[in-house]
Design a protein around this ligand. Structure first.
Ligand SMILES: Cc1cc2nc3c(=O)[nH]c(=O)nc-3n(C[C@H](O)[C@H](O)[C@H](O)COP(=O)(O)OP(=O)(O)OC[C@H]3O[C@@H](n4cnc5c(N)ncnc54)[C@H](O)[C@@H]3O)c2cc1C
Length: 397
């Protein structure tokens, strides 16, 4: 792939579209389209379908159940799923902790964890952020004190997405208080059923997706540490570089624009379909141009990675995070405009008006998606922090 897809890329795209069409349960597709709440089983069943069809971890090496895909193949896969829409493979498992174990884990850890990470028997959440340690992650305080063959972990994590569904956490802990702050951190895998762990929900606009997690004298075997003690920061950086390449979620914005167009043709304003309204069309055109520009930037970065045959941290991924996030927010806002006052009957995760759709069936979930999209400016590194990276890493300021 350069700035256009090869024949093989197009064949793969067709294969993925067919897979989504034939294998994803229609009820799940509909829930995703309508922005409705997903049950535990929705995630688990879908991950198992992906796994059975060789799509759970296609970018992993073949010996660990992957297909050894390149960056461009993975890009096409992710964008097609988002556009359909279909659920992506569980991100924390397949794009974050899995690749870290493959790169830095022992053989025993690989054999023990990777098959269960693939099929979601082990569902991992990410325990990085803490109160006061988000953007300045290296200041984290959760401590792990070595006691023979165990660590004793004490402290608190915050904003832990899906901790209430997960049964494992990959966690950054402080193992040396005297070293420079980045040098005293280790990377542990923690069984969330261990005594001393409390998980409490944090509701955002009524939705329960994130949590706070408390550790009180939690015993973690040393064999659950990935790599060397005090080198956890390096592994976390590897993980971030690995997962940022597909952060723009072009397919999601593309799918939403297609949906806005089709819904706007059904919504009447002043006795004419909204899709014929000049101001609406102007807004749509501006968004589509922005989307195309971001897509080309994304493809350029993927093509560069392909040439170098490596996936590593690229400061340009911050452009993708910023622009992709803005597009997700703007397309959510566009759908809000299409739904108009009907969007007030929120459903999905945000049960303001329980089970009462005041307008068409497709309207209520749109508000839920819109509200949650505000968090994109913060999740995975705030917009301000991305701008700092662009200023330093690309503009050389
Ligand atoms: C919905 C959601 C899900 C999340 N999921 C997870 C998860 O699963 N696991 C996990 O570990 N974390 C998760 N996070 C945490 C997320 O990574 C942090 O919220 C983020 O890194 C920001 O940290 P903070 O909240 O501590 O804000 P702070 O770092 O305190 O930032 C506050 C404000 O100051 C600005 N700021 C901070 N430093 C700078 C700087 N150097 N220059 C300019 N401006 C700056 C920020 O942009 C922000 O506007 C999640 C957060 C959200 C909202």
């Amino acid at each position: 792939m350069d700035l256009r897809f090869t024949e093989e890329d197009l064949l793969l795209r067709a294969e993925i579209r067919e897979f989504c069409r034939t294998k994803q349960p229609e009820a799940l597709r509909r829930k995703l389209e309508l922005g409705q709440h997903l049950e535990h089983e929705d995630y688990v069943n879908w991950q198992r379908i992906l796994d059975a069809n060789g799509f759970a971890v296609p970018h992993w090496p073949i010996e660990w159940g992957g297909r050894g895909w390149t960056a461009s193949q993975l890009y096409i896969f992710n964008e097609e799923l988002l556009r359909f829409p279909a659920l992506l493979p569980e991100n924390h498992n397949t794009a974050q902790v899995g690749p870290v174990i493959i790169a830095f884990g022992t053989d025993m850890q690989k054999q023990r964890f990777l098959p269960k990470i693939r099929n979601l028997d082990y569902w991992f959440c990410q325990g990085f952020s803490e109160p006061g340690s988000g953007s300045d992650l290296a200041s984290l305080k959760t401590s792990a004190v070595r006691k023979g063959e165990f660590y004793e972990v004490n402290g608190q994590k915050l904003w832990t997405t899906q901790a209430h569904r997960a049964n494992w956490m990959f966690c950054l802990v402080r193992t040396d208080n005297n070293a420079k702050k980045q040098k005293g951190i280790s990377y542990l895998l923690i069984d969330l059923k261990s005594p001393g762990i409390t998980i409490r929900p944090v509701h955002i606009m009524g939705a329960h997706r994130v949590n706070e997690v408390f550790f009180e004298k939690v015993i973690v075997p040393v064999e659950n540490r990935i790599g060397e003690e005090n080198r956890g920061w390096d592994y976390a950086k590897f993980l971030m570089g690995n997962s940022r390449i597909n952060v723009a979620r072009i397919g999601l914005a593309t799918g939403r624009i297609e949906r806005a167009k089709s819904l706007a043709a059904q919504v009447m304003v002043d006795k004419k379909p909204l899709s014929e309204n000049p101001r609406f069309r102007e807004k749509l055109a501006a968004l589509e141009i922005d989307l195309k520009a971001t897509e080309i930037t994304n493809m350029r970065i993927v093509a560069d990675q392909l040439k170098k045959n490596e996936i590593k941290q690229d400061p340009r991924a911050s452009i993708l995070k910023l622009k992709g996030g803005e597009l997700q927010q703007m397309t959510a806002e566009l759908l809000m405009e299409v739904a108009g006052p009907h969007a007030l009957a929120q459903q999905g995760d945000f049960l303001a008006v329980k089970d009462k759709a005041l307008g068409p069936e497709w309207a209520p979930g749109i508000a839920a998606t819109y509200y949650y999209s505000r968090a994109i400016s913060i999740v995975g590194g705030s917009n301000e922090v991305q701008r700092n990276i662009i200023a330093k890493g690309i503009l050389g300021l």
